[in-house]
Write a protein that binds this ligand. Structure first.
Ligand code: ADP
Ligand code: ZN
Length: 740
């Protein structure tokens, strides 16, 4: 028995422990820990569950309440380091905060079941005893061909190599290698294929920092050694935030700690990966949804064994079983992709701060447009702020101006104003590059029949189908439904009467190409960029000036550095302002600021033109005037007035199911039992703005509470006491970002 369990209560002769299983369970279950197994808190164990075996984690002392006679025994302890105590505490915390089942949260940390068992041994080769590269050491009658010599040379350093590696490095075929085994020149052995992770070298020289950068870096380096803290690294686009936090990473690595860097749009961060490799000598370990099974398995184990020192990834990288975490960096902390909207609904930025608090290590939040939540934490003294107010190497911030669309003569089916078109010509004539931003994928967001007015919509959602002309498909952006465009109207059967309404990037490109036949345009959206290699290719082609103008969606807003890009034109600056989203203004500001930040990043000054119908809107005024802080203050005051986050608490409930009656029944029952108390209000039930998604009907509640009210306790009592029927699901969204 492990000393870690000595304080646990005993059931008869054996210690009883609780084991949490990665299943939708709200508590761990009790099991007996046999004396011959070395079980400790955090051990990954196999236990009987009904008629099958399940793998879980020893969570703590037995919970009791089960007849000791009926307790079953842990059947095996897996050969893995135990899950660290602070990760177990974190799992409990996340479950408590998000109201998710604790077993479901555990499952996020065990997302690669195959990684729990060691990989199968593979064949490797080394020199047989007494053999070296000299011919006098050879067994009698053995001849050395050129290929055999090359193999001996590769293995001369005494290490063993995997068959595939040996074939590659020696250029000898595998039959040559087998022949050498038969001739007693080589020894064959089975080894575990835990390919070691290349270790980043913090001692390599970083960039030579400017004084402001160096001061910020020194401050972060000190923070790395000083336990929990949260620092907002607040720097304009192009100020060198990445170079600065690299120094904090180096300090954590020198201290032997593991580090997480969370980035939005991980598939597009080729530039970041290249910069990391340049600074630390090796590529980082990555974690995102596009990894192959063997990469996932390898990386998960490397994290648990403490081999992976730096992991860069999407939000789920936060949930890996780090053995000794010492720093988390969240780049673009304001980005809404850190919020997971399905399964366990959580915000990885906020949970990272919790993880830092539990593990007593620092967290760095970097952004040019920090979220109001974060800025408010700075104002209240809970987070520190380091500012980088200027672009690196004297590059100036771009000038931003509005094009008042109320005064621009536009042809029908045209979106590029004469003013913006002129700016594009000037830019190209000056030998520079431009970017036209429209945050809409595809050709047109709506297709309707001119004969009867029918709108083509998704059969599974209350949403229009988006035409993607390049693919010759209609797509639903909510459920992924896709179909070829129909020949005739499904309602009136008219032929060839469809009209595309509104622009997407494909349609904008069509207009731009017609206006500028000699200019080379390229579309950049998630339809054209699927993987890091696509982004690398695009960056290369921009650098080689094979492209004059990029036309794209928000995918080009972040991280890209195109030195010759001097003009950014925003086609519909008002697009994000419509709708009742409480963060509509904040998000529009952030997005347009980010896009603007692509202009003039090197020696040539940049300019930004915003096509808008409301140039007097506070968002446009803040962008034009470059007065971010005043904008944040105005936003803060508006939120304060309405007790909206971060000045009040917000939670959403989404009741959904295939059977509309059952959904309404459940929603109405919830409505009747809604909590009534001072400082808390419940809105709903109301049909969700997208009232059907994937065939599920949806009703919403919005719960608003004063900051001092424990909204989780109230929700738990209210929601969990309701018995739902008919396949209805109730999901709880604490701190909602989506109101659809
Ligand atoms: P941010 O993340 O603040 O937008 P980056 O870290 O991406 O800024 O830096 C912008 C550009 O300036 C990058 O190309 C980066 O390599 C360069 N840069 C920033 N600081 C330095 C420095 N101290 N030395 C050399 N290049 C730098
Ligand atoms: Zn759909």
């Amino acid at each position: 028995m492990d000393p870690g369990l000595s304080t646990y209560p005993r059931a008869g002769q054996q210690v009883a422990v609780s084991v949490l299983l990665p299943l939708p369970l709200v508590t761990p279950y009790d099991y007996l820990a046999p004396d011959d197994l070395s079980v400790e808190p955090g051990s990954y164990v196999e236990v009987p569950l009904g008629a099958r075996q399940a793998t879980g984690v020893v969570w703590g002392p037995a919970r009791g309440g089960v007849d000791p006679e009926k307790l079953r025994e842990i059947s095996a302890v897996l050969d893995l380091p135990p899950m660290p105590a602070n990760l177990r505490e974190f799992v409990d915390w996340v479950a408590g905060y998000t109201l998710a089942r604790v077993g479901t949260v555990l499952r996020m940390t065990m997302s690669v079941p195959k990684a729990l068992s060691p990989p199968k041994p593979v064949t490797a080769y080394r020199l047989a005893p007494g053999i070296d590269t000299k011919s006098e050491s050879l067994p009698d009658g053995v001849r050395l061909t050129e290929a055999r010599k090359r193999v001996l040379q590769v293995l001369a350093d005494g290490t063993s190599r995997l068959a595939a590696d040996l074939v590659r490095t020696s250029s000898a075929s595998s039959s040559v290698i087998r022949g050498m085994v038969d001739a007693d020149l080589l020894q064959q052995l089975a080894i575990q294929d835990e390919e070691p992770v290349a270790q980043p070298d913090p001692a390599l020289a970083g960039a030579i920092l400017s004084d402001v950068q160096a001061a910020a870096a020194a401050d972060l380096v000190t923070a790395v050694a000083a336990g929990y803290s949260v620092t907002l690294l607040d720097g304009v686009t192009g100020s060198g935030k990445t170079e600065v936090y690299f120094e904090a990473i180096a300090a954590a690595l020198i201290a032997g700690k593991q580090v997480i860097v969370l980035l939005p749009e991980i598939a597009l961060t080729a530039d970041w990966l290249g910069r990391f490799e340049k600074r630390f000598g090796v590529p980082p370990v990555v974690w995102h949804s596009d990894l192959s099974m063997s990469e996932r398995r390898h990386n998960w184990r490397a994290v648990l064994y403490g081999q992976a020192k730096l992991v860069v990834g999407a939000r789920s990288a936060l949930m890996l079983p780090y053995r000794d975490l010492g720093l988390i960096v969240i780049d673009e902390e304001h980005d809404s992709s850190f919020k997971q909207e399905e399964g366990v609904i959580y915000n990885a930025r906020d949970m990272a701060v919790v993880r830092g608090h539990i593990g007593d290590f620092p967290v760095i939040l970097a952004s040019a447009t920090p979220s109001l939540e974060t800025v408010d934490n700075v104002w209240r003294g809970r987070y520190r702020r380091l500012s980088l107010p200027e672009r690196f190497a004297g590059a100036s911030m771009p000038s931003i101006a509005a094009i008042d669309m109320r005064n621009e003569p536009l042809d029908r089916q045209s979106w590029l104003s004469p003013n913006l078109a002129r700016a594009v010509s000037e830019t190209i004539a000056a030998g520079e590059q431009a970017m036209l931003f429209l945050n809409r994928r595809g050709y047109a967001p709506l297709t309707l029949c001119r004969a009867c007015g029918h709108r083509l919509d998704c059969p599974q959602c209350t949403a229009w189908l988006v035409e993607h002309r390049l693919l010759d498909r209609l797509q639903c952006h909510h459920c992924g439904y896709s179909a070829p465009p129909p020949k005739t109207c499904p309602t009136c059967e008219a032929e060839g009467r469809f009209a595309a309404c509104g622009p997407g990037v494909e349609r904008l490109a069509e207009e731009a190409r017609a206006k500028f036949p000699d200019v080379r345009f390229e579309i950049m959206s998630s339809d054209t960029i699927h993987k890091p290699a696509d982004a690398i290719a695009l960056v290369r082609r921009m650098g080689a000036r094979e492209i004059d103008v990029l036309i794209g969606t928000q995918i080009m807003a972040k991280g890209f550095h195109f030195p010759l890009l001097t003009l950014v034109g925003v086609i519909d600056a008002d697009l994000g302002l419509a709708g009742g989203d409480l963060r509509a203004a904040e998000r529009t500001y952030q997005l347009l600021h980010q896009v603007s930040g692509r202009a003039g990043r090197a020696d040539r000054p940049g300019r930004v033109l915003l096509q808008t119908y409301q140039p007097e809107h506070p968002v446009m005024q803040a962008l034009i005037g470059g007065d971010r802080d005043k904008f944040i203050e105005t936003e803060a005051n508006a939120r304060k007035l309405h007790n909206m986050p971060p000045y009040g608490r917000l939670a959403a409930l989404i009741v959904s199911g295939r059977n509309e009656r059952a959904v309404d029944d459940a929603a109405n029952a919830l409505g009747r039992s809604a909590p009534r108390r001072e400082g808390l209000s419940v809105l709903g039930p109301a049909p969700a703005p997208i009232s059907v998604i994937r065939g599920r009907h949806r009703r919403r509640f919005l719960v608003r509470a004063r900051k001092d009210i424990n909204i989780q306790d109230i929700l738990r009592r209210w929601v969990f006491s309701l018995k739902v029927k008919g396949g209805v699901r109730i999901s709880v969204d604490i701190d909602p970002y989506s109101f659809m």
